[in-house]
Design a protein around this ligand. Structure first.
Ligand code: FNR
Length: 346
């Protein structure tokens, strides 16, 4: 097994080891206002949403995790089956390894083979050039490309990148690819400044992937022999804080905001949407369910998640995702303090 493939397997086993079914992404600091007479029936609620030009039947999808080894090929195949059966979209883990070693391509292309008509997102690191970015998309005939930004993870990885001049490359990929491009964090969140920089460079789709779910500073620190960078384990903005940060940037109607990081329940997802997300990505809970409980249980988990969202939208009187996006919540004093110090218009 190559070093790269071994790392991919380690990410899976450590994400499962550290998995916490409770979210720490800040959703507990917000609550909806109950409406006693919502004047709506359950079957009027539509979960349809979109990312850029891509229609989604459901506003949540399987976020980027696996591929790049024999074991993660099997996981990708299972995730693709689950995505097909539930009709939700799916991203794969970073294909950067397969761009360097083509014998690993089949651990990604299996996703398109398994789910020929599904909505599939490619994933690469921000230093991959335009030509290879297009190759990653072609490998799975993908509907969109996620470019991940992950400075803390690289810094903590002994073998990680040490150069982070990314914006011109991101701009070039975004201009030259034949599918929509999403720029995504990996669980450290985004600031208004980062979001604005991306928008100013033409990026239309932003996944703020915040702190509070899978924690890559913990995972990479555990992979070090001496776990001496433990003091970085709380680095970043939570998913809720990052969504609030989008309100300080100039996010026009043609920009798609996606939330991930610590989305654990339909209530978390509903709150993320009400904070402005058009869709949410769920990573570790789906992987955990697949590994611990199998494919059928994971299909059930996803279908229950859809029902849960419909229930909440019904209680709030929202017939569509765009109506849910307009609902205002109440912040507790802790979160209000963040909102005040960052001058966020919420
Ligand atoms: C990830 N994540 C990730 N993200 C990415 O852009 N490229 C990648 O290759 C990976 N790899 C990866 C492996 C594993 C095992 C996990 C659990 C996660 C990050 C993921 O897409 C997401 O941003 C975070 O995991 C936060 O979401 P959850 O896990 O809290 O729902």
């Amino acid at each position: 097994v190559s070093k790269q493939s071994h790392r991919k397997d380690e990410h899976v086993s450590l994400a499962i080891k550290f998995y916490d079914e409770k979210s720490h992404a800040g959703f507990d600091h917000l609550r909806f206002i109950h409406q006693g007479i919502p004047e709506i029936s359950l079957n009027e609620v539509s979960l349809e949403s979109y990312i850029d030009k891509i229609d989604l039947d459901f506003p949540f999808y399987i976020e980027a995790m696996t591929g790049g080894s024999e074991y993660t090929k099997k996981l990708n195949q299972s995730l693709a089956k689950i995505a097909e059966e539930t009709g939700i979209a799916m991203a794969t883990g970073s294909q950067s390894v397969a761009l360097k070693d083509s014998t690993l391509s089949d651990s990604f292309s299996i996703v398109r083979e398994t789910n020929p008509n599904g909505t599939i997102f490619s994933n690469i690191g921000a230093s991959v050039d335009v030509k290879n970015a297009q190759k990653a998309v072609d490998m799975m005939d993908s509907n969109a490309l996620e470019i991940h930004i992950n400075t803390p993870q690289e810094i903590i990885m002994p073998e990680g990148d040490r150069e982070f001049n990314w914006i011109n490359n991101i701009k070039e990929i975004n201009q030259n690819l034949n599918v929509p491009v999403i720029v995504k964090e990996v669980g450290f969140g985004m600031s208004a400044e980062t979001i604005q920089l991306l928008i100013d460079n033409g990026v239309k789709n932003i996944n703020i992937s915040g702190k509070g779910g899978t924690n890559f500073s913990k995972i990479e620190n555990y992979r070090r022999k001496e776990q001496e960078l433990d003091y970085l384990s709380d680095w970043g903005q939570t998913t809720v804080e990052s969504l609030l940060e989008t309100k300080k940037a100039h996010v026009s109607d043609d920009i798609t905001i996606i939330a991930s990081g610590g989305i654990r329940t339909p209530l978390d997802a509903a709150k993320a949407i009400s904070l402005g997300a058009d869709a949410v990505g769920i990573a570790a809970p789906i992987l955990y369910s697949l590994i611990k409980n199998g494919e059928d249980e994971t299909v059930r988990f996803i279908n229950d998640f859809k029902d849960g969202l419909i229930n909440i939208m019904t209680m709030l009187g929202c017939r569509s995702i765009s109506e849910l996006k307009k609902i205002k919540m109440i912040a507790d004093p802790y979160l209000q303090n963040y909102i005040n110090q960052r001058n966020i218009p919420y």
